[in-house]
Design a protein. Structure first.
Length: 173
């Protein structure tokens, strides 16, 4: 998404432990993860502006991470079927091991009712396994969505408009 906006960048793995703390809300977890990732990479990329993001799916107060198995993905998709859930992507900007800016962006996503054969075919595609909530809006998972309230790109994993505005404020573009 950033390349489409004309932003050149390098990807550097943060190595951050992506485990929610006991009682941590989805919003707080996403924001903490984005901040920790930005700071960790900032240590590796001195003098560079670092952008990090983390996306979580929340329903009924529970965080749905990336599925660990086909059965886990199936359970997540059944839980989302016919319901509205929240997608929170937080992004953080750091430089010289200091946070400059960070914010969480929230979108509400409503799924249509999903039949078991649709869920099984989606799982067989392999698409859900590296995605929070076991679906990707940018792929076949888009067929599950009836409505998005808020940023579509946020659900993809980066709220582009808000991120570009933050990068402009920091003089990066």
């Amino acid at each position: 998404m950033l390349r489409e906006a004309g932003i050149e960048f390098a990807v550097i793995e943060s190595g951050a432990d992506e485990t929610a703390l006991p009682g941590e809300s989805a919003r707080d977890f996403a924001l903490r993860m984005a901040r920790e990732k930005a700071l960790a990479v900032s240590l590796k990329a001195a003098d560079d502006l670092v952008l990090a993001a983390d996306t979580v799916v929340e329903i009924d107060g529970d965080i749905l991470n990336k599925p660990e198995s086909a059965e886990h993905a199936r359970a997540m998709l059944r839980r989302l079927s016919g319901r509205t859930h929240t997608v929170i992507t937080a992004f953080a900007i750091a430089r010289d091991n200091a946070l400059i800016e960070s914010t969480p962006i929230q979108s509400r996503v409503t799924f249509r009712d999903l039949a078991d054969d649709v869920i099984n075919a989606y799982i067989a595609s392999g698409e859900p396994f590296d995605k929070a909530g076991a679906y990707g809006i940018q792929g076949k998972g888009a067929d599950f969505i009836v409505r998005v309230e808020g940023s579509w790109s946020n659900v993809m994993g980066l709220p582009v408009d808000e991120t570009l505005a933050a990068l402009r404020r920091q003089g990066a573009i």
